[in-house]
Design a protein. Sequence first.
Length: 383
Amino acid sequence: MKKCSVSLAVALTAALAIGAAPPAASATATGAPPPSAEGAAAAPAPLRLMPLGDSITWGVGSPSGNSYRGFLGNQLSAEGHALDFVGSGRNGTMSDPDNEGHSGWRIDQIAGIADSVLARYRPNVVTLEIGTNDLNGNYQVPTAPDRLRALIDQITRDAPDATVLVGTVIVSTSGTEEAVRPAFNARLPGIVQAEQAAGKHVRLVDMSALTSADLSDALHPNDNGFRKMADAFNAGVQAADAAGWIRPPVSAGGEVRSGIAGKCLDVNNGSTVNGTAADIAACNGSNAQQWSALSDGTLRALGKCLDATGRGTANGTGIEIWDCNGGGNQQWQAYNGGYRNPASGRCLDDPGSSTADGTQLVLWDCNGGANQQWTALPVTSAQ
């Protein structure tokens, strides 16, 4: 094991202190209630927590497959948090094994699925441990910290109400990784400080307590190492909660059902490419049919906004998904049992009352027909 430099230790300490003890004015600005006159502690925040990362998150090296998640779950529950782990995968013997750990994945690969899973599960806490495979695979190592910062920005954009706990990359016995790990970790305090300066609830979690004795192989912890990771993430949760950062989980959204029986508002083929058609399809519970209605007037799925193509307002203008940009063509109001775009005065319409899966939706004069009927979603904050 190579020891971190004194400068790294100082930087880590500074970054951790920023997350741990923000001034009272900052806590108020982030929505934390002021302490009562009696100084009574607030109840522990309810948590919808997404463990996000690679095989370490999944649980490789853990005999039970529980990773740090099992230890962390026990700690948080004992401390009084109502806890729900979320993610598209399930691994381990624990009662709630949901997680978003992907063996062998790099930072860019996690970024590729982040929009979809964050939109579907809407965690209020994300524990992020990623970078091992970039470093061990010698994959564009000089720009790996930049990719991590972009991923953090993506997470905070997709789930603006979430607190993101960023773990440093743990020790390994891989010569390839250890040659570059200290420099990678040394970049993280500055990244976290910049995120906090931008008003985001991002906190650094120092994993330097793990040593080579805490590994099951060259890259993965044993259960003693996973316990140390849980301790570190738990300390991050408690500090964020004490700072008033952790808000109650928001609605995770759901299907928008059409007045045409059995059909739902859908993103064609589940693609996240700008310009992908919003269509009608048989309701199937997929990520492509998980929508959220935000207080900024947008309808969102897969991290994108429902959009009238080319800012069009005419009858027949195609409906698609696009990066959210605040345009009037991305505004939707609940109206007469459906959704209306106020910029055009026209409604979200299934042309010709089509029942064919993949039929692209359009703008059309509001008429109250079954092909313009859509179930309304509860509106959640667009902070």
